[in-house]
Design a protein around this ligand. Structure first.
Ligand code: 5AD
Ligand code: SF4
Length: 455
């Protein structure tokens, strides 16, 4: 059916959820709903949820909770809980959010329109947490940017769903299902359409891109990268996430040899302690991880590295935590994402003894972040005097101190280096999507400042 009205979409969580929300927006668009940033105006509200940590889950419930009053005033308003919390909670979602109309699990997107029709014709409390083999193939194309407020040069493309690794702290295998990959043809087609619509950088997404296509007997991930490398007008290819146990030499060679694949790798280590890695069921040791990084550095000199770390996993002692701190000294990551362990009832670690108290977790997290700040600054400072290739993303939101007084006709622009660092620079004639060379003059904790070459 075709309707008219406005849709408000609120996204919590990872890059995959950002991609999923684009798909939800396009479905709503095809049903006649226009996207709005004004919650008050909305005729349908979708909260795309994340259940990786308790805090993210709470954010979803509190966001949706506030619509109970609005719904009294506007009974025709449709409220939807989508994504990981929806999949996890199913019927139980109504206990905390009684006014919900649709609970749309992670594999139910292709049936979303059908559920909207059902609610419009009077059906109450629709729940869909059923499995689905194909998830994205049947959904509308989002390459023309029509669901966005602005054009973007950089977009995510999910190439696989689910995870078979069963790390003991993680809910993903339970809420996103078993691992399955999209076909290479389908992915290449989507990226070609994006390129035709002005996108210059794509980030391929999957829980473990290294095992892409293996189950289905399709081409390998490095081979997929080779195919995407040939797509005209795509300047840069990034990907996340790689699992250290599956990082192959072929992938390392692909990063080294394929000109569009960025010299940057996000490789979550989670802990520097072998005891904790074993309890997490990660399938590698600290020594194996370090060896992999040294292979990478040998083949891809100057590669930027980032990682994910969990502190306060059950039974983590001061000594285990020190192993993680030492790993940061040893590897010197460009950046890290660090989290306090959050107990998830559907993940096995919830049943582990020796849970760490919250205060201890906070302390460890702060110490870790402080140490990393030192290395992030150090890495950024090392770039002063170097020339980096930047993909221009647009005008900077926040201007450098004193910029307005000295800039004349110049605009302060922003972009990213191949190593994923944010770089600000003055210019009067660059466009979004251009690749330009910038000489770095200054380094801040989270960004760099420089001047275009020849300026
Ligand atoms: N508690 C804290 N952090 C977690 N992550 C996954 N599950 C949990 C959890 N239960 C982190 C991991 C993962 C990242 C996406 O989120 O570091 O790599
Ligand atoms: Fe979760 Fe581990 Fe799978 Fe990553 S690899 S999604 S941490 S189970």
């Amino acid at each position: 059916m075709k309707y008219s009205g406005y849709a408000y979409i609120y996204t919590i969580g990872c890059q995959m959820n950002v991609y999923d929300s684009e798909k939800l927006a396009s479905i709503l668009n095809s049903y006649g709903f226009e996207k709005t940033d004004d919650m008050e105006k909305a005729d349908i509200v979708v909260c795309n949820t994340c259940s990786i940590r308790h805090k993210a889950e709470e954010k979803a419930f509190s966001f949706l909770g506030r619509f109970s009053k609005i719904k009294k005033r506007k009974p025709q308003l449709i409220t939807v809980m989508a994504g990981c919390v929806a999949q996890q909670e199913g019927e139980k979602a109504f206990v905390r959010v009684p006014h919900l109309d649709i609970v749309l699990g992670t594999q139910a997107f292709s049936r979303f329109g059908h559920h909207i029709d059902a609610v419009k014709s009077g059906k109450k409390r629709v729940v869909d947490t059923k499995d689905s083999q194909v998830i994205y193939e049947s959904l509308p194309d989002t390459s023309d940017n029509s669901c966005f407020d602005e054009n973007k040069t950089s977009r995510f493309v999910t190439i696989m769903q689910g995870c078979d690794n069963y790390c003991t702290y993680c809910v993903v295998p339970y809420v996103r299902g078993r691992e399955r990959s999209r076909s290479p043809e389908n992915i290449v087609e989507e990226i070609s359409l994006l390129a035709g619509n002005g996108v210059r950088e794509i980030t391929l997404l999957g829980q473990n891109v290294n095992s892409y296509g293996q189950k289905e007997g399709q081409i390998s991930f490095p081979q997929l990268l080779g195919k995407i490398n040939e797509i005209n007008k795509i300047h840069r290819i990034r990907f996340a996430t790689s699992h250290p146990k599956d990082l192959s030499m072929d992938l390392i060679y692909a990063i080294r040899d394929l000109d569009k694949v960025c010299n940057h790798l996000h490789l979550p280590v989670q802990s520097g302690s072998n005891k904790i890695l074993k309890k997490m069921n990660r399938g590698y040791t600290r020594e194996k991880y370090i060896n992999r990084i040294s292979d990478l550095k040998k083949q891809c000199p100057g590669i930027a590295l980032s990682t994910d770390i969990i502190v306060g996993f059950p039974s983590e002692t001061d000594e285990d935590f020190n192993d993680t701190m030492n790993l940061l000294h040893e590897i010197q990551f460009d950046s890290i994402y660090a989290f306090a362990y959050s107990d998830r009832s559907s993940a096995p670690a919830a049943k582990f003894f020796e849970q760490i108290d919250e205060k201890q977790k906070r302390e460890r997290l702060n110490n870790l972040l402080q140490l990393q700040e030192h290395y992030t600054k150090k890495k950024n400072k090392e770039l002063i005097g170097k020339t980096l290739e930047i993909l221009v993303e647009g005008k900077s939101v926040k201007k450098r101190d004193g910029f307005e007084q000295t800039s004349g006709k110049m605009e302060q622009m922003t972009g990213r280096s191949e190593s994923n660092k944010i770089v600000h620079f003055p210019s009067e004639h660059v466009n979004m999507g251009d690749i330009i060379k910038i000489r770095i003059e200054d380094a801040y904790p989270h960004s760099l400042w420089g001047y275009p070459l020849g300026a």
